[in-house]
Design a protein around this ligand. Sequence first.
Ligand code: GLA
Length: 390
Amino acid sequence: MENQAVYDDLMEKFKAAFGRDPEVVAYAPGRIEVLGNHTDYNEGYVFSAAIDCGTFFAACKQPGPECRLVAGDLMREVNFTIDKVEPSQTDTWQNYVKGTFAGLQELKPADSGFCGMFLGNIPLGAGLSSSAALEMCTGLALAKLYGIVTDQVTMAKIGQKAEHNYAGCKCGLLDQISSLAGKPGMLVKTDFRSIEFENVDMGRDACFLMCNTKVKHRLVDGGYDRLRANCEAAAAHFAKRITSHPVTALRDVAMTEWALYKDGLDEAVANCAAHPIGEDERVLLGARWLEEGDLAGFGRLMFDSHESSRVLFKNSCEELDLVVDIAKKIPGVLGARLSGGGFGGSVVVLVGPRDAETAAAAIANAYRARCGKECEVSLIRPSAGARLVK
Ligand code: GLA
């Protein structure tokens, strides 16, 4: 099994904390966002992939209403009861679990408490969606424990609601869907209007490097919600002016229409709107390039995507720009862009497998030489999605 050592560690810690073995264990991976940035809540398209690190959640029922939850890395325990599942302002890690449990309880109220512990190996704040992974492994494990049957989209929405109401970030559905829908060696292509997804093969000539700048991006600081509000304000503006077809989200606005009808919008808001609109066009074009086996064409779209983030959406930062700039000049690199919310975190690089190792070292060295800081570069294998493992 993937990440067996983490699983073994969790089993040992679970027994030490609760004096018994778990009844259920679920695993959920992190994700990379490959193309299509901030398009999910604009009802657009994204290419993403589940990755080979993730989080396990182990649980068993216990009599009475009390729940005991332990963060396996810190061995910190919090307690609450099934009828009082409230977000914490201080130990925020518990909110992803509590929010997911609360969402499941809306489907079927719990008849008793649980003992739960989670442990994973996704670097935090790296833009790899450790929080969505935690929600999805919690959701799968607790759904099984309480006999709740859900489909993947419902589960993803429960995770999203936990982010909105318990963690304080109005994220879209990308992270949860990617964690659930991954397949080894495959991308996930999602249409966030119909919330339908398919797995797309990139072929043997592609792999990814994730370059973690370690600049901490905290989506809950308000930057993300502000960008989302800009997109929604712009969509409302276009809805009033475009009469040839309904506009309910930026997904409905073409770049040509943006240019025709943007007058009257604040310049920063108009530029914001141009980013997801352009990204949707790039994802659709990228799908064509992949079908035709044109990885270089797909990679160029990734560079364009980053440029659009940097100039229009303004969700990049110096460190991310530097990595992309360095990657562009390295032989074998086909594309590079920021991955996820932005404001720090990681750059995802598309590279041929033969060049991956040398490109990784070259990026890390050049980054150190140019800014004196370290950037952690790791090879990412698109991997299987979330599942029950016990
Ligand atoms: C974060 C959010 C996602 C998505 C991306 C940007 O990862 O959680 O819903 O909006 O940013 O594409």
